[in-house]
Design a protein around this ligand. Structure first.
Ligand code: NAD
Length: 271
Protein backbone atom coordinates (compact mmCIF):
# COMPACT_ATOMS: atom_id res chain seq x y z
CA UNK A 1 0.00 0.00 0.00
CA UNK A 2 1.39 3.41 -1.02
CA UNK A 3 1.06 5.94 1.82
CA UNK A 4 1.61 9.72 1.66
CA UNK A 5 1.96 11.93 4.73
CA UNK A 6 0.42 15.42 4.85
CA UNK A 7 1.92 17.73 7.48
CA UNK A 8 4.95 15.43 7.43
CA UNK A 9 7.32 17.76 9.31
CA UNK A 10 5.04 18.20 12.33
CA UNK A 11 5.20 16.28 15.62
CA UNK A 12 2.58 13.78 14.44
CA UNK A 13 3.77 13.75 10.82
CA UNK A 14 7.21 12.56 11.91
CA UNK A 15 5.72 9.88 14.19
CA UNK A 16 3.60 8.68 11.24
CA UNK A 17 6.65 8.48 8.95
CA UNK A 18 8.37 6.28 11.57
CA UNK A 19 5.35 3.97 11.77
CA UNK A 20 4.93 3.73 8.00
CA UNK A 21 8.60 2.83 7.58
CA UNK A 22 8.19 0.04 10.16
CA UNK A 23 4.88 -1.24 8.76
CA UNK A 24 5.01 -4.38 6.65
CA UNK A 25 3.48 -4.01 3.19
CA UNK A 26 3.49 -0.19 3.31
CA UNK A 27 5.61 2.11 1.16
CA UNK A 28 6.15 5.77 1.98
CA UNK A 29 5.60 7.57 -1.34
CA UNK A 30 6.16 11.10 -0.05
CA UNK A 31 5.40 13.85 2.42
CA UNK A 32 4.33 17.46 2.08
CA UNK A 33 4.32 20.40 4.42
CA UNK A 34 3.82 24.20 4.26
CA UNK A 35 5.75 25.96 1.49
CA UNK A 36 7.62 28.08 4.08
CA UNK A 37 8.57 25.20 6.37
CA UNK A 38 12.29 25.10 7.24
CA UNK A 39 12.53 21.35 6.53
CA UNK A 40 11.48 21.74 2.88
CA UNK A 41 13.70 19.64 0.58
CA UNK A 42 15.04 17.50 3.44
CA UNK A 43 15.09 13.73 3.09
CA UNK A 44 12.13 12.13 4.92
CA UNK A 45 14.34 9.36 6.36
CA UNK A 46 16.86 11.85 7.77
CA UNK A 47 13.97 13.96 9.10
CA UNK A 48 13.07 11.13 11.48
CA UNK A 49 16.64 10.11 12.31
CA UNK A 50 16.78 7.13 9.96
CA UNK A 51 18.75 6.36 6.78
CA UNK A 52 18.06 8.50 3.71
CA UNK A 53 15.12 7.33 1.58
CA UNK A 54 15.61 9.54 -1.46
CA UNK A 55 12.13 11.01 -0.83
CA UNK A 56 12.10 14.69 0.10
CA UNK A 57 9.75 16.98 2.05
CA UNK A 58 7.69 18.61 -0.73
CA UNK A 59 4.80 21.02 -1.20
CA UNK A 60 2.79 19.46 -4.05
CA UNK A 61 -0.12 17.95 -2.14
CA UNK A 62 -2.15 17.28 -5.30
CA UNK A 63 0.61 15.15 -6.86
CA UNK A 64 1.22 13.26 -3.60
CA UNK A 65 -2.47 12.52 -3.12
CA UNK A 66 -2.71 11.37 -6.73
CA UNK A 67 0.22 8.96 -6.33
CA UNK A 68 -0.85 7.43 -2.99
CA UNK A 69 -3.45 4.78 -2.15
CA UNK A 70 -4.06 6.44 1.21
CA UNK A 71 -2.81 9.72 2.70
CA UNK A 72 -2.47 10.29 6.44
CA UNK A 73 -2.90 13.84 7.69
CA UNK A 74 -2.16 15.60 10.97
CA UNK A 75 -1.84 19.25 9.94
CA UNK A 76 -4.06 22.33 10.18
CA UNK A 77 -7.81 22.63 9.63
CA UNK A 78 -7.86 24.75 6.44
CA UNK A 79 -5.20 22.55 4.82
CA UNK A 80 -7.12 19.41 5.76
CA UNK A 81 -10.28 20.65 4.05
CA UNK A 82 -8.38 21.51 0.85
CA UNK A 83 -6.67 18.08 0.91
CA UNK A 84 -10.00 16.27 1.44
CA UNK A 85 -11.29 17.86 -1.78
CA UNK A 86 -8.16 16.69 -3.65
CA UNK A 87 -8.52 13.18 -2.18
CA UNK A 88 -12.18 13.14 -3.28
CA UNK A 89 -11.20 14.15 -6.81
CA UNK A 90 -8.64 11.34 -7.14
CA UNK A 91 -10.47 8.70 -5.06
CA UNK A 92 -7.57 8.45 -2.61
CA UNK A 93 -8.30 7.24 0.93
CA UNK A 94 -7.82 10.00 3.51
CA UNK A 95 -7.04 9.39 7.19
CA UNK A 96 -7.66 12.65 9.07
CA UNK A 97 -6.26 13.23 12.56
CA UNK A 98 -6.35 17.04 12.43
CA UNK A 99 -8.62 18.59 15.06
CA UNK A 100 -10.12 22.05 15.52
CA UNK A 101 -12.24 22.08 12.33
CA UNK A 102 -15.20 24.47 12.50
CA UNK A 103 -18.74 23.46 11.45
CA UNK A 104 -18.25 24.65 7.85
CA UNK A 105 -14.94 22.78 7.52
CA UNK A 106 -16.54 19.69 9.05
CA UNK A 107 -19.27 19.87 6.43
CA UNK A 108 -16.68 20.12 3.64
CA UNK A 109 -15.05 16.90 4.89
CA UNK A 110 -18.48 15.19 5.00
CA UNK A 111 -19.08 16.34 1.40
CA UNK A 112 -15.71 14.93 0.28
CA UNK A 113 -16.65 11.60 1.90
CA UNK A 114 -19.43 11.19 -0.68
CA UNK A 115 -16.67 10.66 -3.24
CA UNK A 116 -13.89 8.85 -1.37
CA UNK A 117 -13.27 6.86 1.81
CA UNK A 118 -12.37 9.13 4.73
CA UNK A 119 -11.52 8.01 8.25
CA UNK A 120 -11.60 10.87 10.71
CA UNK A 121 -10.90 10.61 14.44
CA UNK A 122 -10.07 13.23 17.05
CA UNK A 123 -8.02 10.55 18.75
CA UNK A 124 -6.55 7.42 17.18
CA UNK A 125 -5.50 5.59 20.34
CA UNK A 126 -7.18 2.35 21.42
CA UNK A 127 -7.32 3.53 25.05
CA UNK A 128 -9.17 6.75 24.26
CA UNK A 129 -11.63 4.94 22.03
CA UNK A 130 -12.40 2.58 24.92
CA UNK A 131 -12.77 5.65 27.16
CA UNK A 132 -15.36 7.09 24.75
CA UNK A 133 -17.48 3.95 25.03
CA UNK A 134 -17.11 3.87 28.83
CA UNK A 135 -18.03 7.55 29.14
CA UNK A 136 -21.25 7.01 27.21
CA UNK A 137 -22.12 3.95 29.35
CA UNK A 138 -21.42 5.67 32.68
CA UNK A 139 -23.36 8.81 31.66
CA UNK A 140 -26.32 6.62 30.74
CA UNK A 141 -26.12 4.58 33.95
CA UNK A 142 -25.84 7.61 36.27
CA UNK A 143 -28.68 9.54 34.66
CA UNK A 144 -28.99 13.29 34.02
CA UNK A 145 -29.48 14.80 37.49
CA UNK A 146 -27.46 13.33 40.36
CA UNK A 147 -23.95 13.61 38.86
CA UNK A 148 -22.35 16.65 37.21
CA UNK A 149 -20.05 15.91 34.25
CA UNK A 150 -16.78 17.85 33.91
CA UNK A 151 -14.15 17.06 31.27
CA UNK A 152 -10.57 18.06 31.96
CA UNK A 153 -7.78 17.96 29.38
CA UNK A 154 -4.05 18.78 29.58
CA UNK A 155 -1.77 19.19 26.54
CA UNK A 156 1.67 20.54 25.58
CA UNK A 157 2.24 24.28 25.23
CA UNK A 158 2.15 24.26 21.38
CA UNK A 159 -1.43 23.04 20.98
CA UNK A 160 -3.50 25.66 19.13
CA UNK A 161 -7.12 24.55 19.70
CA UNK A 162 -9.09 24.20 22.93
CA UNK A 163 -10.86 22.24 24.26
CA UNK A 164 -9.07 19.36 22.52
CA UNK A 165 -10.94 17.43 19.84
CA UNK A 166 -10.80 14.42 22.16
CA UNK A 167 -12.37 16.37 25.04
CA UNK A 168 -15.19 17.42 22.71
CA UNK A 169 -15.63 13.81 21.51
CA UNK A 170 -15.85 12.73 25.18
CA UNK A 171 -18.47 15.46 25.68
CA UNK A 172 -20.43 14.10 22.71
CA UNK A 173 -20.21 10.59 24.18
CA UNK A 174 -21.49 11.83 27.57
CA UNK A 175 -24.29 13.76 25.86
CA UNK A 176 -25.30 10.67 23.88
CA UNK A 177 -25.40 8.66 27.11
CA UNK A 178 -27.69 11.27 28.65
CA UNK A 179 -29.80 11.62 25.50
CA UNK A 180 -29.07 15.37 25.16
CA UNK A 181 -27.46 17.62 22.57
CA UNK A 182 -23.91 18.72 23.51
CA UNK A 183 -24.26 22.05 21.69
CA UNK A 184 -27.03 22.99 24.13
CA UNK A 185 -25.36 21.66 27.28
CA UNK A 186 -21.66 22.50 26.84
CA UNK A 187 -20.07 24.98 29.26
CA UNK A 188 -16.73 25.73 27.62
CA UNK A 189 -15.16 28.35 29.84
CA UNK A 190 -15.76 29.85 33.28
CA UNK A 191 -14.23 33.09 34.49
CA UNK A 192 -15.35 35.68 37.04
CA UNK A 193 -18.85 35.75 38.55
CA UNK A 194 -20.30 32.82 36.63
CA UNK A 195 -23.16 32.06 39.01
CA UNK A 196 -23.93 28.53 40.17
CA UNK A 197 -23.36 25.59 37.85
CA UNK A 198 -26.11 25.20 35.25
CA UNK A 199 -28.20 22.11 35.80
CA UNK A 200 -27.29 19.36 33.31
CA UNK A 201 -24.26 21.25 31.94
CA UNK A 202 -21.29 19.31 30.54
CA UNK A 203 -18.27 21.38 31.56
CA UNK A 204 -14.84 21.63 29.92
CA UNK A 205 -11.49 22.81 31.28
CA UNK A 206 -8.32 23.02 29.15
CA UNK A 207 -4.83 23.19 30.68
CA UNK A 208 -1.64 23.82 28.63
CA UNK A 209 1.97 23.29 29.52
CA UNK A 210 5.32 21.65 28.86
CA UNK A 211 5.49 18.62 26.62
CA UNK A 212 2.39 16.76 27.82
CA UNK A 213 1.25 14.42 25.01
CA UNK A 214 -2.39 14.38 26.16
CA UNK A 215 -4.34 13.70 29.39
CA UNK A 216 -8.13 13.45 29.59
CA UNK A 217 -10.28 12.96 32.68
CA UNK A 218 -14.06 12.66 32.68
CA UNK A 219 -15.40 13.48 36.15
CA UNK A 220 -18.88 12.50 37.32
CA UNK A 221 -19.31 14.52 40.53
CA UNK A 222 -22.21 13.57 42.78
CA UNK A 223 -23.18 14.20 46.40
CA UNK A 224 -20.55 12.53 48.58
CA UNK A 225 -18.66 10.75 45.76
CA UNK A 226 -17.00 11.14 42.38
CA UNK A 227 -16.42 8.71 39.54
CA UNK A 228 -13.40 9.57 37.35
CA UNK A 229 -12.46 7.97 34.05
CA UNK A 230 -8.97 8.90 32.89
CA UNK A 231 -6.58 8.35 29.99
CA UNK A 232 -3.00 9.59 29.92
CA UNK A 233 -0.94 9.39 26.75
CA UNK A 234 2.82 9.31 27.27
CA UNK A 235 3.94 8.66 23.69
CA UNK A 236 2.38 10.08 20.50
CA UNK A 237 3.31 6.86 18.69
CA UNK A 238 -0.05 5.48 19.93
CA UNK A 239 -1.77 7.93 17.56
CA UNK A 240 0.58 7.21 14.66
CA UNK A 241 0.08 3.46 15.10
CA UNK A 242 -3.69 3.99 15.09
CA UNK A 243 -3.41 6.12 11.94
CA UNK A 244 -1.47 3.43 10.06
CA UNK A 245 -3.96 0.77 11.23
CA UNK A 246 -6.72 3.08 9.96
CA UNK A 247 -4.95 3.48 6.59
CA UNK A 248 -4.75 -0.31 6.19
CA UNK A 249 -8.43 -0.64 7.11
CA UNK A 250 -9.50 2.19 4.79
CA UNK A 251 -7.65 0.97 1.70
CA UNK A 252 -10.18 -0.23 -0.89
CA UNK A 253 -13.28 0.73 1.16
CA UNK A 254 -16.21 2.42 -0.59
CA UNK A 255 -16.70 6.18 -0.25
CA UNK A 256 -17.99 7.21 3.17
CA UNK A 257 -17.05 8.84 6.46
CA UNK A 258 -15.67 6.32 8.94
CA UNK A 259 -14.47 6.59 12.54
CA UNK A 260 -11.97 4.82 14.74
CA UNK A 261 -14.78 2.71 16.19
CA UNK A 262 -15.16 1.17 12.71
CA UNK A 263 -11.43 0.48 12.46
CA UNK A 264 -11.23 -1.08 15.92
CA UNK A 265 -14.52 -2.94 15.58
CA UNK A 266 -15.85 -1.20 18.72
CA UNK A 267 -19.47 -0.28 19.17
CA UNK A 268 -20.73 2.67 21.14
CA UNK A 269 -17.58 4.80 20.62
CA UNK A 270 -17.76 7.45 17.94
CA UNK A 271 -14.71 9.74 18.11
P1 NAD B 1 2.37 20.32 14.52
O1 NAD B 1 2.17 21.79 14.54
O2 NAD B 1 3.62 19.76 15.14
O3 NAD B 1 2.31 19.76 13.02
C1 NAD B 1 1.43 20.24 12.03
C2 NAD B 1 2.19 20.25 10.72
O4 NAD B 1 1.27 20.56 9.68
C3 NAD B 1 3.32 21.31 10.70
O5 NAD B 1 4.52 20.74 10.23
C4 NAD B 1 2.76 22.35 9.74
O6 NAD B 1 3.77 23.06 9.07
C5 NAD B 1 1.93 21.45 8.80
N1 NAD B 1 1.02 22.21 7.96
C6 NAD B 1 0.31 23.34 8.25
N2 NAD B 1 -0.35 23.78 7.15
C7 NAD B 1 -0.04 22.91 6.15
C8 NAD B 1 -0.39 22.86 4.77
N3 NAD B 1 -1.18 23.79 4.20
N4 NAD B 1 0.09 21.82 4.04
C9 NAD B 1 0.89 20.89 4.59
N5 NAD B 1 1.29 20.92 5.88
C10 NAD B 1 0.82 21.92 6.65
O7 NAD B 1 1.07 19.70 15.21
P2 NAD B 1 0.83 18.19 15.74
O8 NAD B 1 1.07 18.13 17.22
O9 NAD B 1 1.54 17.23 14.86
O10 NAD B 1 -0.74 18.09 15.54
C11 NAD B 1 -1.35 18.27 14.26
C12 NAD B 1 -2.85 18.09 14.37
O11 NAD B 1 -3.14 16.74 14.76
C13 NAD B 1 -3.53 18.98 15.42
O12 NAD B 1 -4.80 19.36 14.93
C14 NAD B 1 -3.67 18.05 16.62
O13 NAD B 1 -4.73 18.42 17.49
C15 NAD B 1 -3.97 16.75 15.93
N6 NAD B 1 -3.69 15.52 16.69
C16 NAD B 1 -4.59 14.52 16.53
C17 NAD B 1 -4.36 13.31 17.14
C18 NAD B 1 -5.32 12.17 16.89
O14 NAD B 1 -5.14 11.07 17.42
N7 NAD B 1 -6.33 12.37 16.04
C19 NAD B 1 -3.22 13.11 17.93
C20 NAD B 1 -2.32 14.17 18.06
C21 NAD B 1 -2.56 15.37 17.42
Amino acid sequence: MRIGVLGCAGRMGRAVIDEVLAAEGCTLVGGVDRDDHPTLGQDLGLLVGQSPLGVLVGTDAAALIESADVVIEFSASAATVAHAALAAASGTGHVIGTTGLNAEQDQAVCDAAHRTAIMRAANMSLGVNLLLGLTEQVARALGPDAYDIEILELHHRHKVDAPSGTALALGEAAARGRGVDLSEMADRGRDGMTGARKSGAIGFAALRGGDVVGDHVVIFAGAGERVELAHRATDRRIYARGAVAAARWLHGRPAGLYGMADVLGLTGARP
